[in-house]
Design a protein around this ligand. Structure first.
Ligand SMILES: O=C(CO)[C@H](O)[C@H](O)COP(=O)(O)O
Length: 234
């Protein structure tokens, strides 16, 4: 079943996702991102799978795994496939000059970063509303933290300059990641030096992973009303 799209932003996401799906070739090991743009990509890969394309995939969330399975896509693990050929994923913000990212508004940042780190190519698919001059302009940095002692972790994050909000789900309960942890959304405002911030966050005890993706992007496919653009890492 294909998705019927009425939202113009969603239509742009779908175009970027289909372009990226075209990069998946026979026999590849593919990282499957999470979020609505990635869902279009998985849907397109499902269509190609039905036409006979064969590859295997490592999903970045339970939801993406479920979607891939529903198309019959072969899922594997790092135990047998430690090296991924191409990982295709969305993003919440893409910094134009560096292609650094903020990810994780969908809550899958930890697995997303593990999969991106194990990939030869990390291809990001977005609509042009995600492009920014500086990270942090519009969205917080999601930080996955251990449940134990999270108030103390939050205080340490505040000491780094963040306004910290505990992520809740749609029902108002504490959001639980696929790994069973919680997410603290850290509002830093415009981030002048994301590399330094990543290092500072990494040193906070209780932090499991952050949604800052620094120096990982190979290519960004951006869908605009005027067509597709491809941005490459320097
Ligand atoms: O990082 C993510 C999930 O953890 C998503 O890639 C990000 O939130 C973008 O989502 P969407 O494609 O729905 O705009």
């Amino acid at each position: 079943m294909s998705t019927h799209i009425t939202d113009p932003r969603a239509e742009l996401k779908r175009k970027a996702a289909i372009e990226a799906a075209d990069m998946v070739k026979e026999g590849m090991v593919v990282g499957l991102g999470s979020g609505s743009t990635s869902a279009f990509m998985i849907e397109e890969l499902g269509r190609r799978w039905a036409e006979g394309l064969r590859f295997c995939a490592i999903p970045t969330s339970e939801r993406s795994a479920e979607q891939a399975r529903s198309h019959g896509i072969r899922l594997v693990t790092f135990a047998t496939h430690p090296q991924i050929d191409i990982d295709i994923d969305g993003a919440d913000e893409v910094e134009r000059g560096t292609l650094n990212l903020i990810k994780g508004l969908g809550g899958a940042l930890f697995r997303e970063k593990i999969v991106a780190a194990a990939s030869r190519r990390f291809v990001v698919v977005v609509d042009d509303s995600k492009l920014v001059d500086r990270l942090g302009v519009a969205v917080p940095v999601p930080v996955e933290v251990a449940n134990f002692g999270w108030n103390s972790t939050a205080r340490q994050l505040e000491a780094l300059g963040a306004k910290v909000t505990q992520r809740l789900d749609r029902s108002g309960n504490v959001f639980v990641t696929d790994g069973g942890n919680m997410i603290l959304d850290c509002h830093f405002g415009e981030i002048a030096d994301s590399d330094t911030l990543q290092n500072q966050l990494d040193r906070v005890v209780g932090v499991i992973e952050t949604g800052l993706f620094i120096g990982r992007t190979s290519e960004v496919i951006v869908a605009t009303a005027d067509g597709l653009q491809r941005l490459h890492a320097a």
